[in-house]
Design a protein around this ligand. Structure first.
Ligand code: I3S
Length: 128
């Protein structure tokens, strides 16, 4: 079992800079607005921070900075989505509540790592 199985501070799984746009809210389509986002995968959530310049891997901790938004990965769906953008390396994350995000990186290895890590969290939650 993980060190967090007692319900303490969730473990940080991954953090980094990705390009992000929200494309739907509760199933309602939104206009794209790409911007860089500091993305943190912690526990069952993907957490987005607005100002990447003020973020470092040690500053993600709750209380140190205020997240812009947060996504519950339970029941979420992940798909490669290069058909939804002219950019390369795009995937779509859809939450159970019908919020949809595109995430993108110019670096192939980086986006593959993010995809794999997020999918493994979704799979873990599906098994619970
Ligand atoms: O899927 P779309 O509508 O072609 O997405 C592009 C537009 O949102 C565009 O903004 P405006 O049409 O509001 O000016 C963005 O600047 C582009 O980045 C969007 O396309 P990409 O292919 O970058 O996802």
């Amino acid at each position: 079992s993980s060190p967090d199985s007692d319900g303490g501070t969730p473990e940080l799984e991954k953090a980094g800079l990705l390009n992000k746009t929200k494309i739907a809210e509760g199933g309602r389509k939104l206009r794209k607005n790409w911007s860089p986002s500091w993305v943190v995968l912690v526990g069952n959530s993907l957490v987005f921070f607005k100002d990447p310049k003020s973020q470092t891997p040690s500053s993600w901790k709750p209380g140190n900075s205020r997240p812009e938004s947060s996504v519950d990965l339970r029941g979420a769906q992940l798909h490669w989505a290069n058909n939804l953008s002219s950019k390369k390396n795009v995937f779509k994350l859809r939450t159970v509540t019908g919020n949809e995000f595109l995430l993108q990186s110019e670096t192939d290895s980086l986006i593959i790592e993010w995809y794999t890590t997020i999918q493994s969290v979704i799979d873990r939650l599906d098994r619970e």
